[in-house]
Design a protein around this ligand. Structure first.
Ligand SMILES: Cc1ncc(COP(=O)(O)O)c(C=O)c1O
Length: 460
């Protein structure tokens, strides 16, 4: 990195790596503007001075300034110094990079809660309280397993709401489930687990994350009772027991017993991904599998569905034997969720506002699910409707392909996902995974109507 002090007298700390060239220089200047180091309206170093300071050709700086002027970051005037654009004319959001996945007009992407319902006021109150209570000493590097306050609170909450056998000493707070599965896979691999089984179908992203830590990944079929336990032949298996992703089936009681018996007999480990366990609509709550075998089952929960994915807060409740290996993998990963967010979540749960929000969201999503089911044409078979934030629409075997269905949705600006990507093998039946929690409340009717139009078009 080159930090430079300008020969023109302007302080131009630019964290620029010469290896990144012109694009990198433009990015460094954008960052300086966005972070307020280059103030709106202020004169920027002349191209000659900056080129001199950075030891590069003047033409390079001239081209970068021209690009940034075209993007609206800089203002050039003939015969006058180039300036940072004024606050009002700077690009509004000044994104760090173009968003890869802009929100679609009708958002039915699975795995997303209604973000407009995020309890901002309650979160603000919780954050304020947490900050006022936190001693300076807590703001250091110490809490490797997570904030003790949150781990205490989660132990009580998970026991009460999900029936988890939870002791704060076995809880690790991670930077989202993707981080949780990475550190767990790393720890298991270090203990000699060379293969991990995933449900087939399941989310490809988590399989890739686990594979990147070392273990070989294999698939285990799922039927109407959930994971086919008799087909498990790996030392570790990942299961979405309460609401299988993406089929939505619930792991049947006899399979739960069989799975925990297998784990005890074979010394296997089960990772229970309880990603939407709070959202059960029709039947009695289905408690956590972990309670049947706390020394063999790792329980994973997340705030991504109950609150918002952007918080990046998830937790593992570990068998005693895995606490130290996972702690070491956490340290190696170099990543931890923000302590203040952890403390705010603890406050939110302790105050009762979290339960209140979950109850309100559950009622809303249940109502949406009923409206969607009532509107669906008979030709598509909804599946996995008893819980969660999504349902699966199976397409008729002799009907349109998944690609046709997705194309009809995309033409109408519907964000939706197909079942196809979840399979670990080819030539499997297609379907649409409909995330009915995602649209804001006011857009739900429009999103449903537009989806129905797409379904009519392809099944007519
Ligand atoms: C199957 C499954 N597990 C876990 C998660 C939670 O992931 P994270 O905590 O990284 O947001 C999701 C989110 O979409 C999911 O679909």
């Amino acid at each position: 990195m080159t930090d430079s002090w300008s020969s023109s007298g302007l302080d131009v700390h630019l964290g620029w790596d010469p290896a990144t060239g012109r694009t990198g220089l433009a990015a460094a200047i954008r960052a300086a503007i966005r972070e307020g180091r280059w103030q709106p309206g202020a004169a920027v170093p002349s191209t000659r001075a900056l080129a001199h300071d950075l030891g590069i050709a003047r033409g390079t700086v001239t081209r970068v300034y021209a690009d940034l002027a075209a993007e609206g970051y800089l203002k050039t005037t003939q015969g006058a110094p180039t300036r940072v654009a004024t606050a009002g004319s700077l690009p509004q959001s000044a994104p760090r990079q173009a968003p890869r996945d802009p929100a679609p007009r009708w958002d039915l992407r699975p795995g997303r809660p209604d973000l407009t319902a995020f309890p901002r006021q309650a979160w603000l109150t919780a954050t304020r309280r947490a900050l006022l209570r936190t001693p300076a000493s807590a703001l250091g590097y110490e809490s490797e397993l997570g904030a003790p306050e949150l781990r205490d609170t989660l132990a009580g909450y998970l026991a009460r709401a999900r029936g988890v056998v939870a002791d704060p000493a076995r809880i690790v707070v991670c930077h989202g489930y993707s981080h949780a599965i990475a550190v767990l896979s790393r720890a298991l691999y270090g203990l000699g687990v060379g293969e991990m089984a995933f449900e087939n179908p399941s989310l490809a992203m988590y399989r890739s994350i686990a594979a990147a830590q070392g273990p070989r990944i294999v698939g285990v079929p799922v039927d109407e009772h959930g994971l086919q336990v008799s087909a498990v032949d790996s030392p570790a298996v990942v299961v979405t027991a309460a609401h299988q992703f993406p089929t939505g089936v619930t792991l049947a009681p006899h399979r739960r017993t069989a799975l925990t018996r297998w784990a005890a007999d074979e010394g296997g480990f089960v990772l229970e991904d309880d990603y939407d366990g709070e959202f059960r609509f029709d039947r009695q709550q289905v408690g956590a599998l972990q309670a049947l075998a706390p020394e063999r089952v790792v329980y994973a929960g997340t705030a991504s569905k109950t609150l918002a994915p952007a918080l990046r807060l998830a937790w593992l409740v570990l068998p005693r034997s895995l606490v130290e290996p996972v702690r070491a993998a956490m340290a190696d990963s170099g990543s931890r969720p923000s302590l203040l967010n952890q403390l705010a979540l603890a406050e939110l749960i302790d105050s009762g506002a979290y339960d209140q929000h979950v109850r309100r969201s559950r009622a809303e999503y249940r109502a949406r699910r009923s409206r969607l089911l009532a509107a669906l044409p008979d030709s598509v078979r909804p599946q996995g409707i008893a819980a969660g934030l999504h349902l699966l629409l199976r397409l008729p075997p002799d009907g349109p392909s998944e690609a046709t269905a997705l194309a009809a949705c995309h033409r109408r600006a519907i964000g939706i996902e197909g079942l196809g990507d979840c399979w670990m093998d080819d030539n499997r039946p297609g379907g649409l995974i409909v995330g009915y929690a995602a649209p804001p409340k006011h857009a739900f009717a429009g999103a449903t109507q537009t989806l129905i139009e797409a379904l009519w078009e392809i099944t007519a």
